[in-house]
Structures are given as structure tokens and as C-alpha cells.
Write a protein that binds this ligand. Sequence first.
Ligand SMILES: *Cc1c(COP(=O)(O)O)cnc(C)c1O
Length: 240
Amino acid sequence: MSGDEARRAELVSGLGRVRARVSDACAAAGRSPSGLTLVVVTKTYPVSDVQVLASLGVRDVGEAREQELRDKRFQVDAEPDAATAGLRWHVVGRLQRNKARSVGRLADVVHSVDDERLLPRLSDGASETGRQVGCFVQVSLDGDPARGGVVEAGLLPLAEQVASSASLRLLGVMAVAPVGSDPAEAFARLQQLSSRVAHEHPDAVHVSAGMSGDLEQAVAHGATHLRVGAAVLGSRSPTG
Ligand SMILES: *Cc1c(COP(=O)(O)O)cnc(C)c1O
């Protein structure tokens, strides 16, 4: 087997395992898998992995850094094919303000909106490309802003500002389960916060929660978007 074939086989099995976990979790929760978007987080992995994943039916990929998003989109767009056409690019990592305009141009969905000062630039970038960018407001469930996210008291005001930005579309809320916490408890809390946001913004019903280690708990607590990297791509050290 060539290296390319071996890597393809790894991705086929990683994706197969994650899809099986998602469908088991949906069955356990009495939910339909059609209500879930699997975002495969390809950060630090090569663009060839993105292309293989697209050929396996992945429609949503996630990146953490603007530079890597830009490089990968450029390479994918330079080799157009049916599999990658219409691929949606998500940003899951912490946004730097000086990169927000570029992210607004490049991303279809941003999961990590946690500061009102990002909004004018994100919105400008989106409007330069004549589109709306979907936004999740990231909330910090342990109140430690060092890891990203607004504190709970800041969630509704920030959601309101996103919703009133012409080129941004408020999708809902996002969180990462705090280190050392019970993810089920964390995601139950996120679900409560989601209903408050949805009460004010009836279209903003989406919940981005769940990673490789806790996707089952996220599905049980109403996640609509899962952000899964290592369980699909492997935790070997990436070769770039
Ligand atoms: C890297 C990352 C993920 C994916 O994490 P895995 O444990 O590899 O599944 C999800 N969400 C965010 C915010 C990330 O930075």
C-alpha cells in the first residue's frame, strides 16, 4: 500500500468509528442523526486529509488558525473537484482581533465568537465577500476566560450584538467542557443557556458541543454540531 492509500484507510476507519459512535449516541438519546452536523477538525493535518475526507462525504471541516484556514482553502480552491465543491469551513479556535476580518472572508461558520470587539471586523470581512457568516457565541462554563468564551452574564448581550450585525448570522451557543468537569453536567448547563438565547432569537437554536472524548454526552444534551478531530484523524503527531 502506498502512503496515500494507507492514510486513506486510516481516515476511512476513523470516520467510520466516529459515525458509529454518533449514531449509537443518537439512538440512545432518541434523536435522529440528521439533526447533527459533524465538523471534522482538521487543524494541524495536511490539506490532503481534507480532500480525502471530502471524498468520503465529509461536508464540514474545522480549523483553529486563520493562517492554516487561508492556506488550506487556497489549495482546495486551486484544485476544484466535485468532492470539495461546497465544503463548509468552520473556525473553532480562539480568534485574534487582527485576523478577524480575514476570518470573516474565509470562514462559513465561526464557533468561537467571544468578544464584541471581533464583530465589526468579522462582519466587514463577510460583507466584502457578499455573504453572511454563521456565528456561535462561545460561553465559558467555568468562568475562566483564559480558555475562551464569554462569562455566562455576557452571553445574551453578545448574542444580541451578533444578531444585529448585518453580515453575521447568530446560530446559537458553543462551549468546551471545562477540564476536570463532568461533560454531561457541562453540556446540560449549555443546553439551558441555549434555550435562553433561543427564547430571544428563535432561529438561534444550534448548539456546538462535543469533541472526540465527549461527543456522546453532547448528543445526549442537545448538541447540533460536533467538533471532532483526533477520533477521526488519529492522535499521531501530524506531519503537516
Ligand atoms: C481542537 C478542537 C476540537 C477537536 O478536538 P478533538 O479532541 O481533537 O476532537 C474541538 N473544538 C475545539 C475548540 C478545538 O480547539
